[in-house]
Design a protein around this ligand. Sequence first.
Ligand SMILES: [Zn+2]
Ligand SMILES: [Zn+2]
Length: 275
Amino acid sequence: MSIGNVLRTLLMPTRENCLVCGQSAKLGLMLPLLCERCASRIPWIVKPRCVVCGRAQGCPDCQRPEAKARAFALNRSAVQYDATMREWISAYKYGGVERLAEPFSIMLEQAYRRMCREEVGRAEAAHRARFKSHVFKADLITWVPVSEKRLQERGFNQAELMARKLAKRLKLPARDLLIRNVHTGKQSFKSRAERLRNLDDAFSLLPNLDPGGFQKWEAIGSPKRPGGSFPIVVLLVDDIYTTGTTAAVCASVLKGLENVLDRPVLVYSLTLARS
Ligand SMILES: [Zn+2]
Ligand SMILES: [Zn+2]
């Protein structure tokens, strides 16, 4: 092959098959693996109506008193959970299209960056510091775990895969922090109170987070200040946010890290889709 041909092969845009529609097309630059037609169907949430849960429409849920006591600071989602996203997420989770984790992590990154800008704006408004540049960033990324049984059925944890890719993009540490406890008996036979109680202890901190290992946590996040410390900001990743119960329960378990680390822990929820 001549040098000219090699160069042409390298520089020519490659036509590949879109991950969701399967058509051969020129793939998008921002979302590799998706064709431009499919990418144009993504129902982005650019400006959330609800500042708590990031929903695009008005949201009566977050006005309830019990919702106000949620352990996470807020949730932001990249997109609305519409028919297109339902199809894509189910292809990802059950249809073997695991490579969707790639574009999904890019979508999460968009939502994360938007969330950071929002938080900086809020901090600046609160301090009326027009010229002071506030910075907001997560210190580490974790994810909502699935049970061992689900993991064996599915072969992977859909939230973990996206979260790890996102962490790589953002150059942030990804940490396995939570486990999902197994419950016996069918949920549908239980009363609402029982189901809620079940959810309360559905997650716990990973037991092998040995205290010695926490020494390394000193290196995570902003350094301690004399007489106080900056909180560690944990970004909790999941695929879908529906009622917010999962995020709330996981966040309250993650708050348990405060006792071990002797530092405040702030949990932000980041999900691919908001239903
Ligand atoms: Zn396509
Ligand atoms: Zn809301």
